[in-house]
Design a binder for this molecule. Structure first.
Ligand SMILES: NC(=O)c1ccc[n+]([C@@H]2O[C@H](COP(=O)([O-])OP(=O)(O)OC[C@H]3O[C@@H](n4cnc5c(N)ncnc54)[C@H](OP(=O)(O)O)[C@@H]3O)[C@@H](O)[C@H]2O)c1
Length: 356
């Protein structure tokens, strides 16, 4: 396999168009209350907060880490002190006046209670995926956000990456016609013993952990919610779903074929197709900030490789959330998407024979 070209072609200015598409618009930079940077608090010293969120936060504009909360005071202090942030417990963080937005990176079953508690304390919330374990739970959370006049956003970073718009544009130029089918695979090695993903009481399982990716891609690329599940094969182990293979139909009649699994070698790609041909995108959901994903346009004439733009999707997602939180603007598109993805997940759960 050939190696990708550098993130920017030599001589190419930042933000230049690629393959005829403008680079993604930078979200508005909006300060927090009283003109200061938006204050961020982290609920739980999660692996994802340490490895991804905090390094990305340091690269974001218009935001400032204010406090870190843990059930264990020593753990909060160890993470907060080097970053110049306060260490506290969960309720202390929600009561902190300089925290404007709370990043919730807890096991899935705790997303609703702690997001709602944060909203009730007047905070905006950026909650990790899956926003909740059922559509009813997502609706309750969004109702709380509306009641308290705050934003509640689901952290699905890949949707902020411009490579998906570009993939769709390349496909349209090569194989005209609306995208009508999406094949999507996301497999990961098994989480370590004791991980909340393996715990049925914590909202564990591959469908909750990985399902938002194909469902989100279908929403974004096929333009609609998964309405019908035509076929669904499931593997289970120790009370959780460890793998799902399913065929489903979206509201617009698009065909989604998905495979998600724990306990397999890492694999993360989708193939988006029209009646005439298809485009396959590798590393579709988790590209590092400087990584240009390889796409293959496939048709009767053969296969043509293209390189997607690099983009820091963590920074994009955090700045987007901070921009919405700080601006007071509504987030109708995000709200509708979170509800639609949760309903799609419920339908897959029902087809898998699991209670939603
Ligand atoms: N967007 C992405 O790319 C991405 C990637 C990975 C994970 N995630 C999501 O991020 C969230 C956290 O995942 P993670 O892998 O980072 O989890 P993790 O390392 O296990 O962290 C979860 C944190 O939740 C807190 N917690 C509170 N009550 C808990 C309980 N009863 N059991 C276990 N932990 C408890 C703990 O913090 P304290 O002990 O400090 O209170 C713990 O560190 C999940 O929703 C996951 O789906 C998203």
């Amino acid at each position: 396999m050939t190696s990708p070209p550098p993130s920017r072609t030599p001589g190419e200015p930042p933000g230049a168009t690629r393959n005829g598409l403008p680079a993604q618009a930078v979200p508005p930079l909006v300060p927090g209350r009283e003109g200061r940077p938006l204050g961020i608090g982290i609920l739980g010293c999660a692996d994802i907060a340490r490895r991804r969120f905090l390094p990305a936060l340091a690269r974001c504009r218009g935001v400032r880490l204010v406090a870190v909360a843990s059930r264990d005071p020593a753990r909060a202090a160890a993470l907060a002190a080097p970053l110049g942030a306060a260490a506290t417990d969960y309720l202390g963080l929600l009561r902190a006046p300089d925290v404007d937005l709370v990043y919730v990176a807890l096991p899935g079953d705790l997303h609703e209670p702690w997001s709602v508690a944060a909203l009730e304390h007047g905070k905006h919330v950026l909650c990790e995926k899956p926003l909740a374990l059922s559509a009813a739970s997502v609706e309750r959370m969004l109702a709380a956000a509306a009641r308290h006049g705050r934003r509640l956003l689901e952290n699905l970073m890949f949707l902020r990456h411009p490579q998906h718009l570009e993939a769709r544009a390349i496909l349209a130029a090569g194989h005209p016609g609306a995208p009508s089918r999406l094949r999507c695979t996301f497999h990961i090695p098994s989480p370590a013993p004791g991980d909340h993903r393996l715990d049925p009481s914590r909202g564990g399982g591959a469908l909750h952990d990985l399902g938002r990716y194909p469902l989100g891609a279908a929403w974004h690329l096929l333009g609609g919610e998964v309405m019908e599940v035509a076929r669904c094969e499931v593997e289970r182990q120790a009370g959780i779903i460890t793998a799902v293979r399913a065929e489903a139909v979206t509201a617009g009649g698009g065909a989604l074929s998905l495979s998600i699994a724990f306990g397999r070698p890492y694999e993360c790609w989708y193939e988006l197709g029209t009646a005439a041909g298809a485009l396959r995108l590798d590393r579709a959901f988790t590209p590092p900030a400087d990584h240009r994903c390889r796409a293959e346009l496939r048709g009767p004439g053969g296969v043509e490789a293209r390189w997607m733009p690099a983009h820091d999707q963590w920074v994009g997602a955090i700045e987007h959330a901070a921009g919405l939180a700080g601006s007071g603007l509504g987030a109708a598109e995000e709200d509708a998407r979170s509800c639609a993805l949760a309903r799609g997940a419920d339908r897959l759960m029902a087809a898998a024979g699991a209670p939603a």
